[in-house]
Design a protein around this ligand. Structure first.
Ligand code: AP5
Length: 213
């Protein structure tokens, strides 16, 4: 069976996590989200998690050496041998070079494009379950009961970096440090650009088409 190795690229709120969920089901490969790995380390109170917290809460990128150590460990896990969906990694040219140096064959990079106005709407309305990590949106994907996770009954909260001031900073960091990766992967001939507006299922259909799945 073909090992699907994909990257979902796009600004904060583009729908990388939302679409990864669907791709995981369709392709039977794990999602590897550096944001989730870092939040997990933070919640577990590890030294790395404590170091990462200050960067994450202000919308800055966590230093490469910390992120690369986490990614190396995760990519070495047995389930990653049959492929993966990278969500939120790489985030700058140094991280892309580190991935390229592993000499694994990446199938495609999906670049999700969404207007800034819609990104702000999505991020400011996002809510996350503290217990199982399920993702909601107050308008676009509300929980059945306010503040309570539909999946596990856990408390649903707003990520500290989804506060208005931090969103602006994250978008700026994206433009400066991550957006140049569009040209990086275009040059490598594996980039596919997909419009990220519209219904979640509609965006997924566009991704499936772009990937020729
Ligand atoms: P991370 O967790 O990766 O956050 P991000 O890239 O900012 O991306 P988001 O999770 O905010 O957005 P998303 O594109 O996944 O959108 P989602 O699907 O949730 O990173 C957080 C922080 O960790 C960074 O700022 C940094 O500090 C650090 N970090 C992480 N990786 C790093 C790295 N590699 N190097 C250094 N630092 C790193 O959707 C958003 C909302 O919109 C949801 O509520 C969803 O329900 C809704 N939505 C999605 N699609 C649709 C749709 N089509 N219609 C309606 N609503 C929709």
């Amino acid at each position: 069976m073909k090992a699907h190795r994909l990257i979902l690229l796009g600004p904060p709120g583009a729908g990388k996590g939302t679409q990864s969920e669907r791709l995981v089901k369709a392709l039977s490969v794990p999602q590897i989200s550096t944001g989730d790995l870092l939040r997990g380390a933070r919640n577990a109170g590890t030294e790395l998690g404590n170091q990462a917290k200050v960067y994450m809460d202000t919308g800055a990128l966590v230093p490469d050496e910390l992120v690369l150590a986490l990614v190396e460990e995760r990519l070495a896990a047995p389930d990653a041998a049959r492929g993966y969906i990278l969500d939120g990694f790489p985030r700058n040219e140094a991280q892309a070079e580190a991935l390229t140096a592993r000499k694994v064959e990446l199938e495609r990079v999906v670049n999700l494009v969404v207007s800034d106005e819609l990104l702000v709407d999505r991020l400011s309305g996002r809510r996350i379950c503290r217990k199982c990590g399920a993702s909601y949106h107050v308008a676009f994907r509300p929980t059945a009961h306010e503040g309570v996770c539909d999946v596990c009954g856990g408390e649903v909260y707003q990520r500290p970096d989804d506060a208005a001031g931090v969103i602006a900073q994250r978008l700026e960091v994206y433009r400066e440090q991550t957006a140049p990766l569009v040209a990086y992967y275009e040059k490598a001939g594996i980039l596919r650009t997909v419009a990220g507006h519209g219904e979640m299922d509609e965006v997924f259909e566009r991704i499936v088409e772009a990937l020729e799945l």
